[in-house]
Design a protein around this ligand. Structure first.
Ligand code: UD1
Length: 384
């Protein structure tokens, strides 16, 4: 039987934990030939290399080395460099994950060449076209033949947009496959000792984790200043570790907001917003797992904290992942200081919902995806 040629493409940090379980699953199927392409959208050791190692991923066969640029430039450059690779390798299917610029670029290349696209994490909608990711999600879904969805809201969104039901598959969450696989290994991370958080006894000292990188929060000086002032207030009673995205650090510097951060290198942090470099996957998972709360504008972290049972305050006005609010530990607090502080203080008093895992977030999403692809693309290989 002719082997099924599947190419998948990753580009930026949040893609790596989503593709890792698919790589592992595809490797088990003799009928499948898999070819992994890295666009190079993220290229530094901290944003890319460290993840490949932590997640035990094979090196990509090709790296397009696109690097940073404006959205249009970056998307166009991935398209230009990917097209000859696709023409040369002739895949039957291209798999893309998430909602970064590389995701959209690869799906457009495939669609224009008449190659089927599978979008993993389809159907999520923030209904905020000011977010570059929302543009990427909508356009990627529009050209995808297989729409693999993490939560019920995604199915409803796609149906409302007129997508035919036989393209939509509710399969669970590949990023959670990775979290469940690596949670035990993350417990051996040295990060708590490195940050001086190990207390006497079992429980580490209390602390919060902060991440911020959305353009709406970090590109606008007023918005970033307001957020840092509110968070600095909270951090007077709860040291807040801030693994800082390179883009956000550059903005803090260029707006002259360093005074809101604690830049001394004491290891005995009892207060303040403490910037630290971006962390590897296992270190970050360990840090989230033991935190009193996580404050973030990331999408994926809302999902990860839900599964870890750690309270999450989302510093945005909306979420494309409503199940994390309905069932999980997530609360949308926006940038309003009073709301952030009152929600955080309630959490510190133990007044929060422990949350539950959404349906199918059970560590088997990648298996389901591979089974569906084989059933649809090589039905003769499936025993009746
Ligand atoms: C991208 C994604 C975003 C995702 C985020 C995770 C888009 C539209 N955005 O945003 O959805 O949540 O990744 O990080 O695709 N840089 C480095 N090292 C790197 C890569 C980038 O220092 O390896 C710096 C460069 O200064 C670069 C900046 O980060 O200009 C922004 O990188 P870019 O890929 O354009 O977007 P992100 O903000 O990371």
């Amino acid at each position: 039987m002719k082997r099924l040629r599947i190419m998948s493409l990753v580009g930026a940090r949040p893609n790596f934990m989503k593709i890792a379980p698919l790589c592992a699953e595809l490797r088990k199927v003799a009928l499948v030939e898999h070819f992994l392409v890295h666009s190079g959208q993220h290229y530094s050791e901290q944003m890319s290399g460290a993840f490949f190692r932590d997640l035990e991923m094979p090196d990509p066969q090709v790296n397009l080395e696109v690097g940073s640029g404006s959205h249009a430039w970056q998307t166009a450059e991935v398209m230009k460099r990917l097209e000859p690779v696709v023409l040369d390798w002739q895949p039957d299917l291209i798999v893309v994950v998430g909602d970064v610029n590389s995701t959209l670029a690869a799906s457009l290349v495939a669609a224009k060449l008449g190659i089927s696209v599978a979008h993993v994490e389809a159907g999520l909608r923030s209904f905020d076209m000011g977010m570059p990711e929302e543009v990427n999600r909508r356009l990627t879904d529009a050209v995808s033949e297989f729409l693999f969805v993490t939560e019920e809201s995604g199915v409803r969104n796609l149906e409302r947009e007129g997508t035919s039901r036989d393209r939509i598959f509710l399969v669970g969450n590949v990023m959670i496959d990775t979290l469940l696989r690596f949670r035990a290994a993350s417990a051996r991370s040295p990060i708590l000792d490195d940050l001086g958080l190990r207390a006497e006894g079992d429980r580490p000292k209390p602390y919060a984790v902060l991440t911020l990188h959305r353009p709406a929060n970090v590109d606008d000086e007023g918005a970033l200043r307001q957020l840092l002032i509110s968070l600095a207030e909270l951090s007077r009673s709860l040291p807040t570790f801030f693994p800082i995205h390179p883009r956000s650090m550059e903005k803090v510097r260029s707006f002259g907001l360093e005074d809101h951060l604690r830049l001394d290198s004491s290891k005995h942090y009892d207060s303040g917003i403490i910037p630290i470099p971006p962390l590897s996957y296992l270190d970050f998972l360990c840090l989230m797992d033991h935190a009193r709360m996580v404050l973030t504008d990331s999408g994926g972290i809302q999902e990860e904290t839900t599964v870890l049972g750690v309270p999450c305050l989302t510093l945005r006005e909306n979420t494309e992942r409503p199940v994390t609010v309905e069932l999980g530990t997530n609360q949308i607090v926006g940038r309003d200081a009073a709301k952030i502080l009152s929600s955080a203080h309630k959490i510190l008093q133990g007044d929060y919902r422990p949350g539950q895992k959404p349906p199918l977030w059970d560590g088997h999403a990648a298996e389901r995806i591979v089974q569906i692809l084989l059933q649809r693309m090589r039905p003769e290989s499936i025993k009746q």
